[in-house]
Ligand binder design. Structure first.
Ligand code: HEM
Length: 478
């Protein structure tokens, strides 16, 4: 008895659940918030049962470090979830692929060809043009004294940049449909599907709640969109040396290239397009919207960031990527935005491959693992006055967002961290710097600072639920 007891696994604490559903009912609409509340009672390593599936939630920087650094290799696979599977053509993408040779090679290819500093800098002219277009559009609103829906405009800006940069395709004027499709896809990806927790009756529940139908429609619409992009591509005359990322994928497809053990097919190409489309557009747009919302809620920080930009840039009509490097307060504003509003609050779920321990608790293979970076950003052990938006907290600190400071992980950490950190960060910094330079921003008539809410809409990524609508006033340098 003594021997069997010492061999017993030490399970993390769990909130009590119900038979069959386990803790599913405790997830609420905004999972990260419900899990944050539960973690205050059950601690930074918590085990939940979703149906039969064990899920561990880590809610402190220290436990995140243990998982993502010390045991990264034991937990860097992804679970096979119904929604992810459908959107990724059976995990043929980068983000939802399990840890295998295909994933290693396709990620390496994307890092070299698309996300490298060299490539990101080479697409700067596209960003310049698209940001200029947005400035012109907002200037028009300023002169007409009409409002601008920043949530929508940031999404449109990022659709244009990403589609032009990665696929060489412009969708001027037809972005509305894509914007909606992307948002719906993320909501679907973040919703917990019953089929993932009960393989016998789950699909009936999903069918009954309409999730299955919605999923099928989104997958069909996105597929149509990729086809459209590929067609446009095939019909374009390309000059030599002007191959973009999609050209390269189509070429590799033709050459029947092998990545890991997989021969690259049309479905692989589409799955990779999905990652770029969903990963690339939504996250930057969401961050830009939250940053503007927080600056509007904190006029002192708004004044300070605008003074920095305007004093340092003089009357430059366009702030370049190099200029942005000198804008230290702007960078602090963006870090503070990511602390309070991380794009993917629970990161992308991981799956444990081999047993390891965190804080003395055993984490078993096949467990789903989430790191609640939303909770970590509000942890009073890591942050003083965590609810306050205070960019100055980064003034004398070395904390950055590259995945080595576990109290701030907007891009995750370890093998599965975001491969497009540089691309995402530069997009956010560049876009915000220019808009803050060119315009002052007012609230709609009758609205006061306290009326700007921070309600979130659910999903794998959390956008601002109520759109941010502001009145621009053109700023002229004296
Ligand atoms: C502000 C911008 C961005 C933020 C905050 C962000 C955040 C994240 C996060 C939190 C993850 C999951 C990390 C984990 O599970 O540990 C991730 C993964 C990923 N992101 Fe980003 N991202 C951004 C921009 C982009 C862009 C521009 C692209 C592509 C064009 C992109 C493509 C990806 C891909 C492919 C993965 C999956 C990596 C893997 O599983 O190996 N992201 N991102």
């Amino acid at each position: 008895f003594k021997r069997s007891k010492t061999r017993q696994h030490h399970k993390p604490p769990s909130p009590p659940g119900f038979p069959i559903i386990g803790n599913l009912h405790q997830l609420g609409e905004l999972h990260h918030q419900s899990l944050w509340k539960l973690s205050k009672k059950y601690g930074p390593v918590m085990l939940l049962k979703l149906g039969k599936v064990p899920m561990v939630i880590l809610s402190s920087s220290e436990t995140a470090r243990q998982a993502l650094k010390d045991h990264d290799l034991s937990c860097c696979s992804r679970p096979s979830l119904v929604g992810h599977r459908a959107l990724s053509y059976n995990h043929r993408d980068i983000a939802f692929s399990p840890y295998n040779d295909y994933w290693k090679e396709v990620r390496k290819l994307a890092v070299q060809e698309l996300f490298s500093t060299k490539h990101v800098n080479s697409i700067q002219p596209i960003k310049d043009e698209e940001v200029k277009k947005l400035i012109d559009l907002i200037s028009e609103s300023a002169s007409q004294k009409t409002s601008v829906n920043l949530s929508k405009e940031f999404l449109t800006l990022n659709v244009s940049v990403v589609c032009r940069a990665a696929f060489g395709v412009s969708f001027d004027g037809s972005n509305e449909k894509i914007n909606k499709l992307i948002r719906e896809a993320f909501e679907m990806l973040g919703s917990f599907s019953a089929s993932d927790y009960n393989s016998y009756i789950g699909w009936i529940i999903d069918w009954f709640t309409g999730l299955q139908g919605r999923r099928e429609r989104i997958v069909r619409d996105l597929d149509g969109f990729y086809e459209q992009m590929i067609d446009l591509h095939n019909n374009q005359e390309k000059e030599q040396g002007s191959e973009d990322f999609l050209d390269m994928l189509l070429r590799l497809e033709k050459e029947e290239a092998i990545l890991g053990k997989d021969k690259l097919t049309r479905n692989h190409t589409k799955a990779i397009l999905m990652n770029i489309l969903l990963g690339g557009i939504d996250s930057s747009a969401i961050t830009m919207t939250w940053a503007m919302a927080e600056l509007m809620r904190n006029p002192r920080a708004m004044k300070k960031v605008q003074s920095e930009i305007r004093n340092q840039m003089g009357n430059k009509s366009m702030i370049s990527l190099d200029d942005v490097d000198q804008l230290h307060y702007l960078k602090m504003v963006i870090k503070e935005t990511w602390r309070l509003h991380p794009t993917a609050p629970l990161l992308v779920p991981r799956e444990v491959m081999s047993e390891f321990e965190i804080n003395g608790y055993t984490i078993q293979p096949k467990t789903r693992l989430h790191v609640n970076i939303w909770a970590i950003g509000r942890d009073p052990d890591s942050w003083k006055d965590p609810e306050e938006f205070l960019p100055e907290r980064f003034m004398d600190s070395n904390i950055d967002t590259k995945g080595l400071n576990f109290e701030l992980l907007p891009f995750g950490s370890g093998r599965r961290s975001c491969p497009a950190m540089y691309m995402g960060t530069t997009m956010v910094e560049f876009g915000l710097a220019n808009l803050l330079n060119h315009f002052d921003w007012n609230l709609p008539e009758g609205m006061v600072v306290e009326d700007i809410d921070t309600e979130e809409s659910p999903g794998l990524t959390i956008s601002k639920k109520n759109e941010l609508i502001l009145f621009p006033v053109k700023y002229f340098h004296h």
